[in-house]
Every structure is written in structure tokens, then in C-alpha cells.
Design a protein around this ligand. Structure first.
Ligand code: GLA
Length: 695
């Protein structure tokens, strides 16, 4: 909204409902003064404190925006550098600020060495989100080597302990929430794998007494798809601090004379309740993070061949699936793994991005033309960062994979990781994908990445530890270059499911594959975790034939769950009965009517499958005139007959119509949000989709 410059180098970032206040003290230290509810801006001041004693200097108690290592600063700091004369400390002075619209930059520089550190802040216009990043400049001629280079530091206001919500997921079980209280010491959420991964998430969500609708929630999420670290601590003064950035594990970064570097961005906010956090981040991401080519476009219903045909794709079976998909109303047909090289299983072919002529004797266009004739766009799966040892690419360039001559490279899923920091590798990947997109009518690329990095020897780099960052950057750069040249092609980020679906990936990719686990029951939990801080429209959700649990969910139930994101179909349609096809047709057509609500609306998580044994998610449009509610419970209990359903997000003063449990109602928003309607939850796979229209 606005940035206020106050006396004594105090800067107040004003967002819709909050103040974020920074100061620079007379020693040139950056100081954090406040984050939370708005106060009179003239009340903010910088307090000068003395050392506690010889063991605890004033720096221990400092609340800072960015803390370099040096002097008596012992805590987990955000930046640590070594200069050419081996001095390993930074000591900053303040040089001044720059204000450019809603962006504030505070410049600090080392008192002796030619290092400049610029703290950048952008205040949201119609939300409470503050974007932060840090610029490092080497204004000298000797290189500066960083051991640590984080994006931002946050100080939380309450002296009482915060609970940190994060995830402890896995392949097939992404985004499973954890809630851990931090009373003392440190708590770290990280990835060391070279991707953001399936396990912990590159964000912090710190709260006190919070639920979906109320309570203090502070959050910040890092836009970076490589190894990350979020480190929270609570100190002797009971201050909770969090720093976020590229992981400092096996990390180094060299800034040569004259070079500058911008850290990945962090999006942070203070709101009441987790629901508000998700809604603000959803809107913010659509507007400011997602690539501009598709951010405002409604995403199509897609079909994906993976679960139906796995590696056995060929022109006949894909055309067969495409014909059925088109009949159901699918708009985009995506052929998954198996179409290239000698790819009959996962042991061979990765790297050889040329059509397999045994499976497609007349090339790809026979299928693509048929798909287009059926009125659908065509999409294709690739895994460009990888190579199988059994591939022409690896036989020609064994040195292109990360390796140490003295170590055996681990083959996970029988594949090795290409050294993406090499120019020739980057050119090869861009070249083959550019040819593919230039020679065929391909409107969608599913870019997969099925294993983490290991044995990361990279002889080509003067500073090999930079590879963790350079690998991620190479992926982003290639995708950006391909998108610039083929602006009508959308990109999906997949990494064995949701292993690379962070907001860094979503700065370059238009959507993400949520999880290889497409079981509708498990998906309720996985999708809830996804929806916390990522935009809903990027969450690809398929209806498939998978059932991990004993009794497969009904088709209606599976649609209910998959329609809560960007709908896809992934079952073996060749085996579907006429009745199944009709069911699919019915739901796809319903989805097309409501998808703008889901993809662009405000999500209210009303009931939680884990806590309430029933999942209720409501999506409301911006004008509050239309809403859709998804109700689903896989296992219900006989004695639990009635559940009061209290709606949310509506306009109290409007009147709405809805049909629920076969009964029609016309009620005010106030009634629906305060009294609600009782629903009878009964039977296996109970589910209902309720549409609410304003009168
Ligand atoms: C990964 C993806 C799947 C599928 C397979 C293909 O597991 O997550 O969706 O594309 O690879 O090998």
C-alpha cells in the first residue's frame, strides 16, 4: 500500500492490515522494529541497549533484518563471506535508501571491503504480503567467497513460543502437515537433495492459538527449487527468529569482481488464521508469481496416459485413449513416459529425446494430428535433466553426468543426473526440446525430475559447490527460454509427483504435478497440504483407477476430490463401461461450469478430513455471488447422523439458493454462515457437490 519514511531512519511498510517496520541505528545496524497490527507510525523508535555482560553482548538481543557473521554475533546468521585476504567477517555501515514505488532498498556496505549488501522489500498493494530479497555486489576486483547466502531474516513479535507448521512428506505422501512447538534451541526445515523435494517445505508458518479462521499467523515462503534451509530459533531473550534461503550445506558461492547476485525471493505475511494466509497467497501468486502466459487463463481438463499405459505407449493405444478422452470432454491429451529412445521400461532411453519408431512408425504427428482432429491439444512428457546409462546420449557423453572419477555414481531408478551447469548440456537440452516444440504442435510439456542429485562432481566449475544453485538456475533458464520461443506451450513441474512444486518452480512453470499418489482418499490430505501456501489452479489432480485402500472409491467420490484442483483424468479409459463414460462426461461438464471458481476463487477449508472425519472445502468468487462446496467423507460412522455445515466467505446481506441432500433452500448469507444447514452424512464414500447462487 505505502512505504512511510519516518525520522531517524525508520521505514514503515504499510500493507492492507499490517505494519512491517525497519530501522537503521546510529551504528549503521539494520534493526527490525515491528511486524503485526498497525500502530501510530510516529510511535516507532529505535531502542539502544547495552551489553548484558561479557558473555551476552547487545548483539545477542538485536532484532535484525539481515545478520552478517562477524564480531560477537554468534547466532545463525544470514550471510558469511571470506575476502581475498582471508578475513572471514563482514562489518557493515549504512549507505542510504532508495524508494521506487512500493519497493524499498536499503544499502549497506562493508567498512573495508568492496562488498555491498542491499535489502529489498516490496509491500503488497491490496494484501499483506511483503516480498523480500537481498542483492550482493562485489564492487572490487578480487573475488568474494560466500559460505552462506540466505534471502531474509524474520523476528517474530511474541516472547511466547510459536508453533511451526511445516510438512514431513514423502514420495506418494507429499505435504503431510506437522506442527511443532519451538521453546528453545533451533528447528530446521530443509532439503539437501538439489530439489525442494517431497519432505519438508521451504517455508515457515509460525502461529499462536490459530485455526482456519483466527489467531496470529506469521509466514514466509522461499521461491527456490533447489536445496533450501529454513532455520528457526528461540533465544535466551525469548525471541523467535527465522532465516530462509539456499541451504548452506555443501554450499559456496563466488562473486567475482564487478558481479552482483540477487538471492531468491521470499513472500511473507502476517494474517489472522490459516485460511486467510492461503487466500492471500493464492491471489498473490496468480497475480505476481505464476508466469504471465497462463496465470490468468483457465486451465484445461487434461488426460494423462501414465497410469493407463505406463511405458507401453504406442500410436494405437494412445489414439484409442484419445478418442475416449475427447468423447468425455477432455481438452488436452498428454502422452506420458515411454514415447522416445529405447524406453520400454525405466532402465533405458532417458536422454534420447527422439521418437521411438517401433511405437510410432510414422512419427509423432500421426497421434498429434488425430488428437487435434478430436478437438484437443497435445502435450508430452520429458525428463530433461536425466540420462540412463543405457542411452545413446550417455554412450556419446559419459562425462555429462555428475560424477567423481573415484566414486561409483548412484543410479536411482536406473538413472543419472546430467551436469546441468555445463554449457554443452544446457545447449543439448534446449536444442532437443526446442526442436520437439518447433516441429510438432505441442501445447503442454510435463517436465519431470525423478531423483535427487548425488556424487555431485562438476569439474567444469571453479567453485563446484555452486552447482546446487547453478543446477536449479539452469532448469529455470531453459524453461524460460523455451517459453519465450513457444509462448503458447504450458509447462508442468513434476518431480516424482510433487517433489518440485515450490513457489520458485511456479515462477517458471505454469502448474505442478501434486503427487503420484492419486488415491482419492489419500489425496484429501495431500491436497489440503498443497493448498496451504500454493495456488490452487497449479494443483493438478487426476481421477484414476488407483485404490490403495481395500475398497476402491466410487467414481463420483474420485471426481469430487479431483475437481478441487485443476482436473485431469488418468484412468484406463479403454476399460471404462458406457456408464462410467457417462459419469465422466457429466462431471467434466460440471467442472467446466465451476472451474473458474475453483481455479481463481477464494478457498475456505470448512471441515478437515483428519480432524472432523469429513472434508468440506468451499470456493467463492470475488463478488461473492457464486460458490461451490465439495463435501466428502470416505468412512462415516453410523452414530454420526447429523453434521452442521456452517458455510463461509459469503455476503451476509445477499440471499442464496442451494440444493443439499436433495432439499432446496433459499437463505441469507448471514444464515448460512451463522446457523448453517445440517447434513446427513451416511454410507461409504459419502460425497456431494453443492452449488450456491445468489438470488
Ligand atoms: C514420475 C511422475 C509420473 C510419471 C512417471 C513416468 O513418477 O511423477 O507422473 O510421469 O514419472 O515415468
Amino acid at each position: 500500500m505505502a512505504i512511510h519514511l519516518c525520522e531517524n531512519n525508520i521505514f514503515v511498510l504499510e500493507t492492507k492490515n499490517t505494519h512491517y517496520v525497519i530501522g537503521v541505528d546510529r551504528y549503521g545496524h539494520n534493526r527490525h522494529l515491528h511486524w503485526g497490527k498497525k500502530c501510530d507510525i510516529n510511535d516507532y523508535f529505535i531502542e539502544y541497549i547495552g551489553d548484558e555482560n561479557s558473555n551476552h553482548t547487545m548483539l545477542d538481543d538485536y532484532h535484525q533484518e539481515y545478520t552478517p557473521f562477524g564480531g560477537t554475533m554468534y547466532r545463525d546468521c544470514t550471510v558469511k563471506a571470506e575476502f581475498s585476504d582471508k578475513c572471514r567477517e563482514i562489518s557493515l555501515k549504512y549507505d542510504g535508501y532508495m524508494l521506487d514505488g512500493n519497493t524499498l532498498s536499503l544499502t549497506f556496505s562493508d567498512k573495508v571491503y568492496p562488498l555491498e549488501i542491499i535489502l529489498n522489500y516490496k509491500a503488497g498493494d491490496d494484501d499483506d504480503i511483503i516480498t523480500r530479497w537481498t542483492t550482493l555486489k562485489n564492487n572490487g576486483s578480487d573475488k568474494i567467497r560466500f559460505e552462506k547466502l540466505f534471502s531474509a531474516e524474520y523476528n517474530l513479535p511474541s516472547k511466547k513460543p510459536y508453533t511451526f507448521k511445516n510438512t514431513n512428506g514423502a514420495w506418494g505422501g507429499e505435504f503431510l502437515e506437522t506442527n511443532s512447538v519451538l521453546e528453545g534451541g533451533s528447528m530446521v526445515f530443509e532439503s539437501r537433495r538439489g530439489t525442494s523435494g517431497h519432505n519438508q517445505s521451504p517455508y515457515f508458518i509460525a502461529y499462536q492459538n490459530a485455526d482456519e479462521k483466527s489467531g496470529d499467523v506469521y509466514f514466509a515462503t522461499l521461491a527456490y527449487s533447489g536445496s533450501f534451509k529454513v532455520s528457526a530459533s528461540r533465544d535466551l531473550f525469548r525471541t523467535t527468529r527465522v532465516i530462509l534461503g539456499m541451504n548452506d550445506f555443501d554450499f559456496a558461492f563466488e562473486l567475482l569482481g564487478g558481479e552482483s547476485f540477487e538471492t531468491p525471493e521470499v513472500y511473507s505475511g502476517y494474517v489472522q488464521g490459516f485460511g486467510e494466509m492461503s487466500r492471500q497467497m493464492n491471489k498473490f501468486a496468480i497475480k505476481n508469481i505464476l508466469p504471465k502466459s497462463f496465470n490468468k487463463k483457465t486451465l484445461p481438463v487434461l488426460y494423462n496416459s501414465w497410469e493407463a499405459t505406463e511405458f507401453n505407449v504406442n500410436v494405437q493405444n494412445q489414439i484409442g485413449l484419445a478418442e475416449r478422452a475427447a468423447e468425455m470432454g477432455v481438452e488436452l491429451f498428454v502422452m506420458d513416459d515411454g514415447w522416445f529412445g529405447k524406453r520400454n521400461n525405466d532402465r533405458a532411453g532417458l536422454g534420447d529425446w527422439f521418437v521411438n519408431r517401433e511405437k510410432f512408425p510414422n512419427g509423432l504427428d500421426e497421434l498429434i494430428n488425430r488428437v487435434n482432429e478430436l478437438g484437443m491439444d497435445f502435450g508430452i512428457w520429458v525428463e530433461p535433466e536425466m540420462v540412463n546409462a543405457d542411452s545413446d546420449l550417455f554412450r556419446a557423453h559419459p562425462d555429462w553426468a555428475y560424477h567423481y572419477d573415484t566414486r561409483t555414481a548412484s543410479e536411482l531408478r536406473h538413472q543419472l543426473v546430467l551436469n546441468m551447469t555445463r554449457k554443452d548440456v544446457q545447449e543439448y537440452i534446449f536444442g532437443v526440446l526446442d526442436d520437439l516444440l518447433s516441429n510438432h504442435n505441442i501445447k503442454y510439456v510435463k517436465w519431470d525430475m525423478n531423483r535427487p542429485l548425488s556424487e555431485t562432481g562438476a569439474e567444469n566449475l571453479p567453485c563446484p559447490q555452486m552447482l546446487w544453485y547453478l543446477h536449479t538456475k539452469a532448469v529455470y533458464d531453459i524453461v524460460d527460454k523455451l517459453k519465450a520461443k513457444h509462448p503458447e506451450t504450458a509447462f508442468e513441474s513434476c518431480s516424482s509427483g510433487g517433489g518440485r512444486s515450490d513457489l520458485g518452480a511456479l515462477t517458471h512453470f505454469d502448474q505442478a504435478w501434486t503427487s503420484d499418489n492419486t488415491d482419492a482418499v489419500d489425496r484429501m490430505v495431500i491436497q489440503k497440504g498443497y493448498s496451504l501456501i500454493r495456488p490452487i489452479k497449479t494443483m493438478r489432480a487426476w481421477v484414476t483407477d488407483i485404490a490403495w485402500i481395500i475398497k476402491p472409491a466410487t467414481l463420483d467420490f474420485r471426481f469430487n476430490i479431483a475437481m478441487q484442483g485443476s482436473l485431469g483424468i488418468g484412468g484406463n479409459l479403454l476399460k471404462y463401461s458406457d456408464e462410467d463414460l457417462e459419469t465422466c462426461k457429466k462431471y467434466i461438464s460440471l467442472y467446466k461450469e465451476i472451474r473458474d471458481l475453483v481455479q481463481f476463487g477464494d478457498l475456505y477449508r470448512i471441515m478437515d478430513i483428519d480432524k472432523d472425519e469429513i472434508s468440506v472445502n468451499q470456493y467463492v468468487n470475488g463478488e461473492k455471488t457464486e460458490s461451490v462446496v465439495f463435501i466428502a467423507a470416505n468412512g462415516t460412522r453410523f452414530y454420526k447422523k447429523k453434521v452442521p455445515l456452517i458455510f463461509d466467505g459469503l455476503d451476509e446481506n445477499r440471499r442464496y439458493t442451494l440444493t443439499i441432500g436433495g432439499k432446496q433452500y433459499e437463505k441469507s448469507g448471514a444464515y448460512l454462515m451463522n446457523v448453517g444447514i445440517d447434513i446427513m452424512v451416511r454410507g461409504a464414500y459419502y460425497n456431494e457437490i453443492v452449488r450456491i447462487h445468489s438470488v
